[in-house]
Write a protein that binds this ligand. Structure first.
Ligand SMILES: *Cc1c(COP(=O)(O)O)cnc(C)c1O
Length: 376
């Protein structure tokens, strides 16, 4: 570290330059995050010092958090949910499974997740001494219920369903999973990290939320399609007993217990999330999802015009295009044209996420470049 202080001017000159090296999202078709809404940024700045790790000192911010959880619950047919604002889908998934494990108190517990589950579940397997069993997918990339059934045994404490899979944007048969979870008396966590702010606004929303009896917890990220600032995740439980099983005694704070995974935690993202949810309302999110779905249909139609098919009809604003040698197509799109796209694991297809920063003009440009790269 430098011995003497550096002037503000010099530091900002360097930071300004550094920021030019980061993405502006303009040609990013791979991200599930986007520019946060302006009002979220302003509210975030206003609450920049709020620490919800010691919420006794920040009762105002703590009330905002309760209101965010209440609003998110309302969006998910959970009129009286319990939860907190996490750092994102990963923390929400860890905590949901940790709560399941602590409540169940079964030796050598396992949880059945779809093969399409986000990699956060691999971290969970490594951390929580829970075996993660991966159920096969059907040809539509939804979890196959027969596979789920075959993997459940007396050590199974719960199931995970994905409502908006990271790679395909697919929704698992959550209704069937819910019925099965009720029948078995086990938990069902729904990972709607991406889908939580999309599915309620689709033309044909599929059941995925607390309206289903068996759904015991949901993860939904305001920092993805909720337009809040990073890091903002939501973890919601139907029953407050889950939060109780996450509690740790916290000596030397103004409050006696804490249920979050992190200690010190940002109240700024809570304020950001509160502001943008209030400001947009359901109407605002509806408009955004409509736009993203229009872009999605535009890209699928355009791809079909040049002979490229999607692996499935897109359910939400995530598309997997079946191109030959997807890895090299991806590389050339990036190196020659500056497009950031990603690849699905199995099968390897070009994965695109149509976030609100994507413009119609850029879709046209992208399709043109895709055609060139694929030699069509
Ligand atoms: C993004 C995502 C996650 C992880 O969320 P982070 O906020 O990146 O921790 C988990 N599950 C799904 C389905 C996701 O799309």
């Amino acid at each position: 570290m430098n011995e003497n202080g550096v002037s503000e001017k010099e530091i900002f000159a360097f930071l300004n330059y550094t920021k030019t090296r980061d993405t502006t999202y303009e040609r990013v078709l791979s991200a599930m995050c986007t520019h946060p809404h302006k009002i979220a940024v302003e509210a975030h700045m206003q609450f920049i010092e709020a620490n919800l790790g010691d919420f006794g000192l920040f009762p105002g911010t703590h009330d905002l958090e309760k209101e965010v959880i209440r609003m998110m619950g309302d969006l998910m047919n959970g009129p009286s949910v319990h939860g907190y604002v996490t750092t994102g889908g990963t923390e929400s998934n860890i905590q949901a499974l940790r709560a399941m494990r602590n409540i169940s108190n079964i030796r050598h517990p396992n949880v059945v997740v779809p093969e399409s589950a986000h990699f956060s579940f691999d971290k969970i397997a490594d951390m929580l001494e829970i075996k993660i069993r991966k159920a096969a997918l059907n040809p539509e990339f939804k979890v196959d219920m027969n596979s789920v059934r075959s993997l459940v045994d007396e050590h199974t404490i719960g199931l995970v369903g994905i409502a908006g899979s990271t790679e395909f944007g697919q929704i698992d048969p959550i209704k069937e999973m819910s019925e099965f979870a009720v029948e078995k008396g086990i938990f069902l966590h729904v990972d709607a990290a991406f889908g939580g702010f999309v599915i309620p606004f689709l033309k044909h929303p599929q059941p995925y939320d607390f309206a289903l009896d068996g759904v015991t917890s949901i993860a939904s990220d305001p920092h993805k399609m909720g337009f809040s600032t990073i890091p903002s995740g939501g973890l919601l439980f139907k029953d407050p007993v889950h939060l109780k099983h996450l509690q740790t005694h916290t000596p030397y704070l103004t409050v006696d217990t804490q249920y979050s995974l992190t200690g010190t935690r940002s109240g700024a993202t809570v304020a950001g999330t509160y502001a943008v949810m209030k400001h947009l309302g359901k109407e605002g999110y509806q408009h955004i999802v409509d736009q993203c779905m229009e872009l999605t249909h535009m890209i699928v139609t355009g791809a079909r015009d040049i002979g490229i098919e999607p692996l499935i009809e897109p359910v939400m604003n995530v598309v997997a295009l079946d191109v030959p040698d997807a890895d090299s197509v991806r590389k050339r799109l990036r190196e020659e044209f500056g497009w950031q796209v990603s690849i699905t694991r199995q099968p390897r297809a070009l994965r695109l996420v149509l976030m609100p920063h994507v413009t119609k003009k850029n879709i046209e440009l992208f399709l043109h470049d895709l055609k060139t790269v694929c030699d069509l």
